[in-house]
Write a protein that binds this ligand. Structure first.
Ligand SMILES: CC(C)(COP(=O)(O)OP(=O)(O)OC[C@H]1O[C@@H](n2cnc3c(N)ncnc32)[C@H](O)[C@@H]1OP(=O)(O)O)[C@@H](O)C(=O)NCCC(=O)NCCS
Length: 185
């Protein structure tokens, strides 16, 4: 069970649940081909973003494995929604979870994703009691791989053409961190 103490603050960001008012801002990046290039989904129509947003609004807490936590990331300075975070609780038995991070390209390369993802680790390891948190990306997704390396995750695997994504066989990288590694940082 995980009930984050919203709103959570980092130096430059507020992490909070999604609300209906987030539709325009969420759609401004979920609709972009450069954002979805290495993701499993295609750029979304407004109706598709609205449906995803409805689901995210209902995912502000975690009660059972198999569920995911959806967190909106807002810039303190402007109040603008700039990204979204996901923490999947993949297994109770193995105490494992997976992270996902998507930011608006206007706000890439400023360390916001790393700053926000640090909070996801805190929630997963300290509040949910996870043993291992992993992240996966397309091997061509340099920004995602750099982000995970910068967060101190270990590259555990480079899987060759293990998935057929957007019509092509795609290599996948697997990164992970253990709670013991998190504590040592
Ligand atoms: C993945 C993503 C969240 C990274 O965001 P970001 O804004 O680059 O992240 P940060 O600014 O916090 O930077 C993290 C690190 O990656 C580096 N980096 C960012 N873009 C890079 C690029 N194109 N090439 C090389 N390094 C890059 C940053 O310099 C930083 O490195 P550092 O820690 O050594 O300083 C962002 O690119 C994104 O939203 N992409 C689209 C969605 C996506 O693919 N998400 C990942 C799903 S697996």
């Amino acid at each position: 069970m995980l009930q984050p103490a919203y709103p959570m603050k980092t130096a430059r960001l507020i992490l909070r649940p999604f609300t209906k008012a987030d539709l325009n801002a969420l759609h401004s990046f979920q609709s972009r081909p450069d954002v979805t290039r290495y993701l499993y989904w295609e750029p979304r129509t407004r109706a598709e973003t609205a449906a995803v947003l409805e689901d995210k609004i209902a995912r502000s807490t975690l009660t059972e494995p198999g569920e995911y936590l959806a967190i909106a990331v807002e810039l303190i300075d402007t109040g603008e929604l700039i990204g979204d975070l996901t923490l999947w609780w993949t297994s109770r038995e193995h105490a494992s979870g997976e992270i996902g991070v998507v930011f608006h390209p206007r706000h890439h390369g400023k360390g916001y994703a790393a700053e926000a993802a640090g909070e996801l680790f805190r929630l997963g390891f300290e509040d949910l009691g996870l043993h291992r948190i992993y992240g996966r990306c397309d091997s061509r997704n340099v920004a995602s791989a750099s982000l995970m390396e910068g967060l101190g995750m270990r590259r555990e695997a480079h899987l060759r053409e293990n998935e057929l994504v957007k019509g092509e066989w795609t290599d996948e990288l697997v990164y992970a961190m253990l709670s013991s590694e998190w504590k040592r940082r």
